[in-house]
Design a protein around this ligand. Sequence first.
Ligand code: GLA
Length: 767
Amino acid sequence: MIYAENRRFILETDHTGYAFCVTEGGVLQHLHYGARLPRQEDYLAGPVTFNQPGNALLDADGLCREDLLQEAGTAGWGDLRQPLAELTFSDGGRAADFRFSHFERPENAAPEGLPCALGGQTLKVVLKERSRDIYLELYYTVFEDTDVIARWSRLINDTEETVWVERLMSQQLDLPAGDYDLVTFRGAWAREMDMVRQHLEGQLRWSSAAGVSSNRCNPFAMACRRDACEEHGDVWALNLLYSGDHLGTAEKSAYHQMRLTQGMGPVRWQLEAGASFDSPQAVMSYSPDGFGGISRQMHPFVRRHIVRGYWQDRERPVLVNSWEAIYFKVSHRKVVQLARSAKEIGAELLVLDDGWFTGRTDDSHALGDWTADKKKLPGGLTSLAKEVTALGIDFGLWVEPEMISENSQLFRAHPDWILGHKDQAIGRNQYVLDLTRPEVCQYVVESMKAILGGAEVRYIKWDMNRIIGDSFSPAWPPQRQGEVRHRYVLGLYGILKELTEAFPEVLFESCASGGNRFDLGMLCYMPQVWASDNTDAACRAAIQRGYSYGYPQSVLGCHVSDAPNHQTLRRTPLESRFAMAAMGLLGYELDPGELSADRRGRIRDQITFYKAHRRLFQFGQLYRCPDAEGEQLTMVVSPDGSEAAGVHFAALNRPNPVQKPLYCRGLDGEKIYHLTNRLTEVRMKDFGSLVNYMAPIRIRAGSLVEKVADQVVKLPPDAIDRTASGASFCAAGFYPVQPFGGTGFNEGTRLMKDFDSRLYLWEEEKE
Ligand code: GLA
């Protein structure tokens, strides 16, 4: 709900309240962002300014902006913090003084050419620069159901002269003097989303200068009080619907207020007379219930207001991806074979990854030439897709349309289509196409339409495998080069809009070497993202946990791959790889045909199990349960609370372990649940020479006898079977089956090897 009365604005969601007012002089003063207050009158205006310190600046109305919580800080009028907007005027001056003009309640307002969250009610507050016809419009959209408020900003130049936009942030949040921490998610390729918590003194930033939102630092961040933790304490989350360079700042002022700003990365935009410039949309959410509270607001927000279209609420297919199965060694025969074995294990989609287009023998060739390689696929994509589809499995394809290899027909025809100078720092032997140019965008759209219109392709994995360094574009004069990086993103969004509208039922999965462009902007076009190239179960436990703070599992592509793992060379149990991947959108990144019949059978069983609980795994509400001795239990609970699943993941096994209960979260306290676990196999050979303690004959490790015994002797898997109320599972927890701790194995023992896991299932007992 939005209340606008007496120059006071209150934005209310189901549980939160956000308030600001107009000071006498017309500056927007921030009042409150936190719990929703009982009555409108409770949103009190604090003192306009506390201090009139000796060497601070006062404006014409005697206001000391350095010590004022504001909605739109600007430079040059005494506010020393990071501004929301910064301009250079035609005379070279930079001091801008934006004052309240009026407000409106627009029906449909969206930043030009940029993605926008769906639904909500919008308030537009218009500010005017005191001595110039330049307007700053602030757009606030309230999503009551998910306790999220979105913001974006527009600058309008109504003067006769050009001005320069030096900065236009999407949001600014000023919070009262206090002691705060900042939580950001940092990393690199194959180790995305490391949670980093820092105490805020001075200034901290979370940003990307990679041309993409990047795995170096995701746009999602949280600020919190120092005592906040998973389940308690005030937390404010921020995120951005943008896929290029971004910048977030957190600053503790001289008066200990905290200012948070977030928006696109540095830009220098020439704003001509009569023109306007829009920031991307940003979102914020407040919870008094710690990081977990934030996740349970951000997840449904992403599901309902960011992801859209045909796939928004639809269960996603289980896929087999060819990349780690055959890499560049693509052939018609191999792909059909892979499809056949994928079908046999119960997968619903076969994705042909890199290596299928003309001349693509390795990663130094052919990007840009989007026709099937006749040597590898003589019948082209059309016949391949037909043959795969005839097997009863859908066909999907990998593309990397924003890129161009020097070694390609496209480069030979258009060497000037690259972004940056020819002599530049290169990533993966490829250049980036200059998407600021309409003819380049048109080429991308047409080549993708030719693929999607020519063959039965149900899924596209849209990759982007390098970052943007040199972004010089010959299409723009020197003084406008500061616009290029943002124009690239606008070009990309234009392409994505056209393609996703033309092929609404195609399932698009965004990928940028895994999670190098994992953001709310891409999610407005593509309902899911390949979260990381790292499929090692132990690494995935950490990476997926990182994503889970801000993103639901319905957008996370998670695959089971071979052992040893191709990124870490680590062997983890097949069941752990499955359990981790099941907490997202399940796929397999291996050739099932190469596995033993026994392993294939186990995978078939995994897929059957996943399909039976698919809605729960993909769309259930996620809970990070309290840690037990560093071991994690992550649960998903169905909306009606009748069903839940949880993965208990352990890293290194220790003998004689301390036994602690696992405490559940999210179960309905009143309901009675029956708890079981997926049975994992116990192999005799896992015991090595220890079997000789029991075995009647001596068995040597690696010997034929061991092999035979391993096949014949069946050891019992641990099985839990408990019934209790949801209240009991949450408050008292449950003890998993007694673990094997170095001595004594019997039927009632749980063998947890390194990187082992258990997948638990809670089902409501109906009388
Ligand atoms: C990137 C992707 C991988 C795979 C390769 C193909 O690294 O993240 O999944 O598609 O490209 O070249």
